[in-house]
Design a protein around this ligand. Sequence first.
Ligand SMILES: [Zn+2]
Length: 150
Amino acid sequence: MSDINLSDNPTSPILWRLISKAAPIIAGRDCIVKRRDPTAGGNGETSVNLEGVPVVAIAEDLQGDQLTATLLHELAHVKLHAAKMQRSSTELEPPGSDTKHKNRPEWELEADNQALEWVRYGMTNRDLNLPKDAGVLLALVGLYLEGANQ
Ligand SMILES: [Zn+2]
C-alpha cells in the first residue's frame, strides 16, 4: 500500500499534468489549476477569469495530503459556486494583493462537505499501487467517467 504522494514533490511535472487533466472531470466543468500563491492568502483560491473559465490557485508551499485536500476543496468551489462568481482579473493579480477578501461561510461549508465526500470515495476506491494522491484523483476520474457513460 502506497503512502507516498506525487505531491510530496510539489513541483512534480507528472503531478500537475494529472491535476490539469483530472480537475475538469472531477469538477464537472472546464477549469484551470495553477501552482500559485492566492491573491487573498491562504492555501487555495478559486476565481473566474475574464474569459469565464474557473481558475484555481494552489499555494506553492503545499504538498502531500494538504495539497490534495486543498485541491479538492477548490474543485468543489468550481463545481458548486463558479457559475455564481463574477468574472475578474484575480488570476492576473499579485499573490497577497487582495487584503479585503471575505469568504462566504455557507460556500466554505458546502465546499468542505463536497471535498470530504470526494476524499472518502477516493481513499476507499484508489489503486493501492499508485501514489496516494494519484490514486485518489484517478478514482474520482473513474467515478465521473463511468457516470458519463451510463
Ligand atoms: Zn473555500
